[in-house]
Design a protein around this ligand. Structure first.
Ligand code: GLY
Ligand code: MN
Length: 462
């Protein structure tokens, strides 16, 4: 955990934006895999971690503005727990680590809330995403499951997002650490790739690297020769000369901060000419758009500029044609990049996605696009110092999407379908770095950038 005062200060900042009422934070519980005592790796809710820091299942907290109280609800362990789990700190000891001095048994939560409801007080909560917490909310507040997300408190969400979107120095240090572990995960994959290896042999070692640093992967590892499928979690293919591996993975530090990087690895150790040509376009897009990332620019604009770099490169190769600015504005490039340029990253790899993309990545000034491709941009806001974002352009040849668009001759003034069809077995290329917006521009997070130029990648593979 960070020092106790960190959590106290965060709650003080939050309270400045909260109106009267009661604000409920539900921590996460252990989740059974196949029977109750055989559970998935426990992951605390990120907003609970941010304001209370306690990585313990079975907790809830209340900030009661009207009565100026901060309370943690949780049960002390009993002797049965101690026999199986060893000695555990008491709830009082745990709560003091985040400067909370009022604690009650978990069962008292429903008394506290029903008392508030009886007095006509509003109980504000964040959108739940775990079914057990939905059931709990239903029993505490009597809200229908269908309405549970829409009835979450928008002002509460916005107050949390306002704080979590701007990373503190101690958080940036953690993300730097996550990126350094990510560096090891990525460079080992580059060194292991060779013909005859099965994808899972590399993916397993990459996961092991993160575990060896006391970390875990920040999301299920993507390591595949079928990179045209954006989130391909299959690792069963035997790698062959000529294949490209798309490797998208990151670490979550013991303090729960994430990294998220993507690199492309030519299995034979050398890119073919055709691969180099597409790779270089994506490399130009990531490098060109990172240069533009600074306070005052919107990420929507950077997404569109990265898309133009991609589309111009594709035009040079004869895959696109016509007026490229117009093509990008209309969304023709999304045949090749049907996703956004990046997302916020922090305690979650897609930071605060549980609180809603529109609340995290957009505001009154910048609204999400409705155009296919750009509509999937998770963060379009004006950039501010302290924002942490991924920058991850890609070019993919998705045969099903090519055929669908080709059938309708969609955007045929911008897309040369005959040429595109020559690439239908190419796969996909994505490159991804994690970027901190600074006062004057930006910095790629981590002590060293993971090898990215064609020469750097081929060099490390020797
Ligand atoms: N790296 C996985 C994602 O950004 O969705
Ligand atoms: Mn990402």
């Amino acid at each position: 955990m960070f020092k106790p005062e960190v959590y106290k200060l965060r709650r003080e900042s939050l309270k400045k934006d909260l109106q009267k009422g009661l604000y409920l934070f539900l921590g996460n519980n252990e989740t059974p895999m196949n029977y109750p005592d055989n559970t998935y790796h426990f992951r605390q809710d990120s907003s609970f971690l941010y304001f209370f820091g306690l990585n313990i299942p079975g907790m809830a907290a209340i900030i009661d503005i009207d009565n100026d109280k901060e309370i943690i609800f949780a049960n002390d362990v009993d002797i049965d727990d101690i026999i199986w789990m060893g000695p555990q700190a008491s709830v009082k000891e745990l709560a003091s680590k985040c400067q909370i001095f009022e604690t009650y048994e978990f069962s008292k939560l429903s008394d506290y809330i029903s008392d508030a409801l009886k007095k006509g007080r509003k109980v504000n909560y964040l959108p739940p995403y775990k079914h057990d917490n939905m059931i709990l909310l239903h029993s505490l507040l009597g809200i229908n499951f269908q309405e549970m997300k829409t009835k979450a408190s928008l002002s509460f969400i916005k107050a949390v997002v306002k704080l979590r979107n701007i990373k503190e120095e101690i958080e940036i240090q953690e993300i730097d650490k996550a990126c350094d572990i990510g560096y090891q995960m990525h460079t080992i994959a580059m060194k292991l790739a060779k013909p005859g290896i099965v994808e899972r042999q590399i993916a397993g070692i990459v996961e092991g690297i993160s575990l060896s640093y006391g970390s875990v992967p920040s999301f299920p590892i993507i390591l595949t020769k079928n990179g045209q499928t954006l989130h391909n979690h299959n690792h069963d293919n035997i790698l062959q000369k000529g294949d490209l591996i798309l490797h998208d993975s990151g670490a979550q530090t013991p303090m729960f901060y994430a990294s998220d990087n993507t690199r492309i690895v030519p299995v034979s150790g050398k890119f073919t000419q055709k691969q180099k040509e597409i790779y270089q376009i994506v490399l130009n897009a990531i490098n060109g758009s990172i240069k533009l990332m600074k306070p005052g620019k919107t990420y929507m604009d950077i997404h569109l500029q990265a898309s133009e770099i991609l589309a111009n490169g594709l035009k040079e190769l004869g895959l696109m044609k016509g007026n490229i600015q117009e093509a990008v504005a209309l969304g023709a490039h999304a045949l090749f990049m049907p996703h956004g340029l990046g997302h916020a990253m922090g305690l979650d790899v897609h930071d605060m996605e549980d609180l809603g993309q529109i609340n995290v990545g957009y505001d009154e000034k910048i609204q999400p696009s409705k155009i296919f491709g750009t509509a999937f941009l998770r963060f379009g806001r004006e950039l501010k110092p302290g924002h942490v974002l991924t920058n991850e352009p890609g070019i993919y040849f998705i045969p099903e999407l090519i055929d669908l668009w080709n059938k309708d001759r969609k955007f045929e003034e911008f897309i040369n379908y005959n040429k595109v069809n020559e690439f239908r077995d190419f796969g996909g290329i994505r490159l991804e770095d994690d970027i901190l917006i600074t006062e004057t521009g930006n910095r790629i997070l981590g002590s060293k950038r993971i090898p990215i130029s064609i020469e750097e990648v081929e060099d490390i593979m020797k």
